[in-house]
Design a binder for this molecule. Structure first.
Ligand SMILES: Nc1ncnc2c1ncn2[C@@H]1O[C@H](COP(=O)(O)OP(=O)(O)O)[C@@H](O)[C@H]1O
Ligand SMILES: [Mg+2]
Length: 284
């Protein structure tokens, strides 16, 4: 039990409770999140990803089922949900719309101060977080509104990191960024896991985004978890994924086509780097 961090136990949630026939946004969702994992949460638009992640830090209360963090039920009457929001940090989809302070520094300080940290410690935590997300020092006194799209995302991530979370949940962090911005941001998120051991939940509808980084992929469809496995095992279900409006990573398709054409390649490969090595090996 030592390494167990967060357990979602039979979560059911429906937005419109006045209609008994309305579709459930979450329909019996259970999983266990372990310390140090990098989980990709994948699903078509409307599959329930954002609804699920808002349960993880108790922003939404389920109609039934519960969540246990370090063994405690987060929906219990006396549970400290404010402290939980520091431990399970959630970066919303399009977080730049929620930036409101005059400078990057005051934006990032806001979270830890709100958690009860004194001003000086919060400032140190903010400087540290700004460095960890790879923002230049000179951004600190700038208005967040003057930054690029990718930099604004980093400010939003820093403001959550400044609260020193154990689990960092990012809802579609690469949405709307250009390809270079996407891969830089993904690289930074990967480093948070690899260098600092932060547990990551990365929400995306792009398999290519999560294939590069995730140790485990949870696939949602219509409020349910359909697959929860290591990436290669999930991508074996290409046909089912396509029926859900998803796809396997590009490399998966390429290697399958090469195999069909008679090249003896390993089709379990999913990242660009591994695919390059495999193709060079077969060609030489
Ligand atoms: N605030 C809301 N009010 C009513 N229905 C909502 C609300 N947010 C989401 N939904 C519905 O809940 C379902 C799941 O949505 P969501 O969790 O946003 O999915 P995803 O993040 O995977 O796109 C969808 O059918 C969506 O229309
Ligand atoms: Mg969403």
């Amino acid at each position: 039990m030592e390494d167990m961090k967060l357990i979602a136990d039979h979560l059911v949630f429906q937005y419109d409770k006045s209609r008994s026939d309305a579709r459930r946004a979450l329909d019996d969702v259970s999983f266990v999140l372990h310390k140090g994992e990098f989980v990709g949460l994948i699903g078509h638009t409307g599959s329930g990803k954002s609804t699920l992640v808002q349960h993880l830090n108790a922003l939404i209360r389920p109609d039934s089922g519960s969540i246990y963090y370090e063994g405690a039920d987060i929906y219990e009457k006396d549970y400290d949900r404010k402290a939980l929001r520091g431990k399970v940090g959630l970066v919303f989809q399009y977080p730049e719309y929620q930036l409101f302070e005059e400078t990057v520094l005051s934006e990032v300080i806001y979270g830890p101060v709100n958690m009860g940290m004194d001003k000086k410690d919060a400032e140190l935590a903010a400087y540290d977080a700004i460095r960890r997300v790879g923002l230049e020092e000179e951004c600190i006194d700038q208005s967040p509104f003057d930054l690029s799209g990718g930099q604004k995302r980093r400010v939003a991530i820093a403001s959550v990191l400044a609260m020193d979370p154990e689990i960092l949940v990012l809802d579609e962090p690469t949405a709307g960024l250009d390809p270079a911005g996407r891969s830089e941001l993904l690289e930074m998120i990967k480093e948070l896991k690899e260098k600092e051991g932060i547990t990551i939940v990365l929400v995306s509808h792009s398999m290519d985004d999560v294939a590069e980084a995730a140790d485990r992929i949870i696939v949602m469809d219509k409020g349910r978890i359909i697959y929860d496995d290591v990436p290669v095992r999930v991508f074996e279900h290409i046909n089912e994924l396509e029926e859900m409006g998803l796809a396997a990573p590009q490399m998966s398709y390429l290697l399958r086509d090469l195999k069909k054409a008679g090249f003896p390649v390993n089709t379990d490969i999913i990242t660009l780097k591994d695919a390059r090595e495999e193709i060079l090996k077969v060609l030489s």
